[in-house]
Design a protein around this ligand. Structure first.
Ligand SMILES: [Zn+2]
Length: 412
């Protein structure tokens, strides 16, 4: 009997942008070791893709993982306020959602976050930037919970934990010290939300604090910016200018930026130039609020963009299952990106562009890259988005995801 040269061989895979022929892919010791129209040899496991799409795994650049499935713990006031009156009451919603944290505990947060991580694995969503609230009520419990889940899922779903001051830093005394504690505990990214501070000066101070902390710990930054229906909000610009000043290029990610939808166009296009100089990428979640960043114009201007899940059953959004094809499907309608080339572009926004936005290392469907990939049941991006079904196979770090085990975790 011949000795297997490879751990996994995938036969007859359709690769994105390669209409001419199908390919075989070989995986050994956690890496992609060969991609060719025909690979001779054998493997411990063989998958026949039957001409269906094989791509990089999905990437979720924005998820409030510490509050998944908290919706059932609160009344609907927060959800109503966040979405009503053109997002005029977005801040009231955040204050309302703050109350639910009094009822959360470490073990409960870990169990809910594990369920969401298991769903991510099933859906081939293998890289998540996950926000953990840091504030005077939750303390650093959310960070501890997400670090525990990150470590448990290492090698299956790679989770970046963001220390996120949901209720402000100056507005919520004690948070600055808690943020430092969160970074010492091992958080991966410094979060921020400057637009909810009481004045522009305090917002600028909030931003400066986050950059100080990020530089001290040598970490990336993720900030929720201008998340309300107010055209006068300018924290995206302030953050981008700070990134230029501090030389933190491609290390500061901007989330939401919904006020951008109401900016006058001359200001918007000046801002685009600032974003490009700063290397600031934008994450939009158009399904979680009635306003959204100008994704199409940003893409036309070559700003790096991704779309995120944002929420799974919490005060801000009732649905969600860490399925980035579903998120892209929703975005296709909300952004009116429905042509074939726009659908292909949306696929980038939940895969390669999302990975670049959160600096995932060794990502890509190429020889030498870490063997993270999905084998879909559909032949192309359009069909994949139509069904937004879970992939037939998910491979993480060269190993097949055990779907039964993940389903068991999800079902609890
Ligand atoms: Zn969010």
């Amino acid at each position: 009997m011949a000795i297997a040269e490879y751990d996994i061989l995938i036969r007859r895979a359709h690769l994105r942008g390669r209409e001419d022929t199908d390919f075989d892919l070989a995986i050994t010791d956690g890496r992609i070791t060969n991609i060719a129209p025909q690979i001779d040899g054998s493997a411990h496991a063989e998958i026949d893709a039957q001409g269906n799409l094989v791509t990089e795994p999905f990437v979720n650049t924005h998820l409030h993982l510490c509050k998944v499935w908290t919706l059932e713990k609160m009344d609907e006031a927060a959800l109503r306020d966040y979405h009503a009156e053109g997002m005029a009451k977005a801040m009231t919603a955040i204050e309302c959602a703050r109350e639910v944290k009094r009822g959360l505990n470490l073990e409960g947060m870990i169990q809910s976050a594990r369920r969401a991580a298991a769903l991510a694995a099933i859906h081939g969503n293998l890289h998540i930037r996950a926000l953990a609230d840091v504030d005077s009520i939750a303390g650093v419990e959310g960070v501890k919970a997400l670090i525990a889940v990150r470590d448990e899922f290492r090698g299956i779903v790679d989770i970046q934990v963001v220390a996120f001051p949901q209720d402000g830093i100056l507005k919520d005394p004690g948070t600055a010290e808690l943020m430092r504690e969160a970074m010492q505990l091992g958080a991966d990214v410094v979060g921020g939300i400057p637009w909810i501070e009481f004045s522009d000066d305090e917002a600028a101070e909030h931003i400066a604090f986050c950059f100080d902390l990020a530089q001290e710990f040598d970490k990336d930054i993720s900030m929720l910016l201008d998340d309300a229906g107010d055209h006068s909000l300018r924290t995206l610009e302030t953050m981008a200018l700070e990134a230029i000043r501090r030389d933190w290029h491609h290390r500061a990610l901007a989330h939401h930026c919904r006020a951008m939808s109401q900016y006058p166009l001359p200001y918007f296009y000046r801002l685009v130039e600032t974003l490009k100089r700063a290397g600031v990428a934008i994450v939009s979640d158009p399904h979680t609020g009635p306003l959204h960043a100008r994704v199409k114009e940003l893409l036309d201007s070559d700003v790096l963009v991704s779309i995120g899940q944002d929420d799974i059953s919490d005060a801000y959004y009732p649905f969600g299952r860490n399925n980035m094809l579903e998120v892209a499907f929703l975005a296709s309608h909300l952004l009116w990106m429905t042509t074939r080339s726009e659908i292909n572009r949306l696929y980038d926004l939940v895969t390669i562009d999302a990975a670049r936005s959160i600096n995932v290392a060794n990502y890509g469907l190429e020889v030498g890259a870490i063997a993270n990939l999905v084998v879909l049941d559909q032949p192309n991006e359009l069909e994949a988005m139509r069904f937004h079904a879970a992939p037939r196979h998910v491979i993480s770090h060269g190993k097949m995801i055990d779907t039964n085990a993940m389903n068991k975790i999800y079902r609890g």
